[in-house]
Design a protein around this ligand. Sequence first.
Ligand code: ACM
Length: 271
Amino acid sequence: MKIGYLQFKPELHNPSVNTEKVSDFIGGADFDLLVIPELANSGYLLSSLDELAGISENPDSGKYCSMLKKLSRKKNACIVSGFCECAKDGSQRVYYNSSILVFPDGKFRIYRKTHLFYNEKNFFHPGNTGFWVYEVPSEEYETVKIGMMICFDWIFPEAARTLALRGAQIICHPSNLVMPYCQNSMYARALENRVFTITANRTGTDTIGKESVSFTGGSVMLSPNGDYLSRASEDKEELNIVEINPLEAKNKFINEKNNLFEERREMFYYR
Ligand code: ACM
């Protein structure tokens, strides 16, 4: 199974350019599952709620999500991407920092970021989907189970743990990382859950007036043994794809006597 990520720099508040950019980057690539960074249609930085109306979209009909669905069908492959979501709550518009998983048959699933980072709290509703696992079709393996989390969710080990306990073999992790810790911490998330992880980070800097945020690149893919399958540069746009056997993530034995899931002793854990 070919899995990968796109690391790129979205243009701030320019969904048309970002839709074209992502389509150009991945149009010629050969993969079964590709992960694209957080807020890939909109860029990251916001200075007012008013900005959200013009840069967010409804995944049923929005241009960015439609482009992903079209490519997914054409390539017979699944794509996970972060995007700025506009939803309705009664007559009110609400915004989520979301990711979409698109299937070749046109169906899709949405995950809404559970743990909002810093000023994201000023603009987005906290996610209300929870952490779920979906079966994606695979010619070689029939189906492979994947889960989604977004960026800062990484610092809550319960996020990856929940996905792994629900059967995820691959954790898809669209990101806009601003701190340098996650790329190394994903080693632990992969190893302690014995899953594959794909962290697709972005590069560059977003600036509005005097406010600037820079992103740390270094997208990573890890195996259930903690092997780095791919590590991107800090500052270049890159598309990297590797071949994996997803069945490796079904084996939770770390040696012949220790099974990481069967040996959990929940009565001693804090709830
Ligand atoms: C982040 O969660 N985008 C830092």
